[in-house]
Design a protein around this ligand. Sequence first.
Ligand code: GN1
Ligand code: MG
Length: 380
Amino acid sequence: YEQSGDKMTYNTIKNVLPHFCFQGQYKGVSELTSGNINSTYLLEYQDESQPCLYILQHINTYVFKNPREVISNISAVTDHLRAALRRNHEDTARRVLELIPTRGGSNLHEDTEGEVWRAYAYIGNARALDVVTSAFEMEQVGRGFGSFQRLLYDFPAQDLFCPIPNFHHTLKRFYAFVRSVDEDRVGRVKHLNDEIEFMFERRRMMGSIVKMLDEGVIPYRVTHNDTKSNNVMLDNTTGEAICVIDLDTVMAGSSLYDYGDAVRFGASTAAEDEPDISKIALDMDKAKAFTKGFVEETNGFLTDAELTNLPLGIKVLTCELAMRFLTDYIDGDVYFRVNSPEHNLVRARAQMALLRDIERHEKDLQSITERCIAGSKSLK
Ligand code: GN1
Ligand code: MG
């Protein structure tokens, strides 16, 4: 990160800094740009003996209409995680996100323009992976999200606010997509025949997890709902998963969402916005490694119906995100941050290419899952 170099970045945040209980003397800021929704800044402070690092985030209130509810979820969930680790006699340092309060004793600061900010202690000697480069890393990502679900197993899901209604209600997302196509607000629909047909062909598949939840075939659980590999911190020394971050979308959901979204992202051979679709495939070794880590950590509490349907999660979440990117492209880029006018279309096409490869590997994914389930049962 840069030392105080970026004047524009500093100007964006300088009036916010005094409101939080940061320790020491302000030294510098740099923006971290891997998220698609909020803006994230790394702050460096220095007290007499040591540097103190913090994460400052500007919450996107177009996406999160009730930031107070988001922060209240995060505070409840991190308290629960901390207590659960203590009960297991595990160290809590660097293992749970730690909110930094404002001087007024709140977990968020609203500035004079109505913009909302929050801060966390920075987790040192650890990294979050935008790209997963090995099966070992991918297994650790699986352990991170698996143990997150395990530690929240007994958290009452009904106590959480729903930060984004119907976030993974893929069928309602399909209806919203159809509405956007109908409205065609910015005149982009005429070039999208293939993409639209692609979504229509998969509408039944997209509704299948919601249907199982509705019918009680699989249970609601406290889930993370945004399980990209860069939302787990891995320790730099041991390589092990230590802490799950980005808890904005924690709410009641299905374990299939967390499993599926993680494999979709971490086991892809290319970035989410790779324009050359010939580079995009599902890396089966990484899919297997994630499955092993996730299934072993959730050993004993996921039901047989959840376990056997894990591969469906990969398909549904990949198709859902393809459709979300496409919807946002049709709507004129109102939701995701974009760095070019075609960015959302490129992303949608990349997820479609990934889904085609996932569909080709369905049988293999099913047998990988079965082997991991059998393997983890033998560990009991
Ligand atoms: C957004 O902000 P970020 O990058 O963690 C999005 C996820 C998408 C993801 C795709 C609240 O997550 O749902 O899967 O982009 N978060 C929200 O990269 O919509
Ligand atoms: Mg994130």
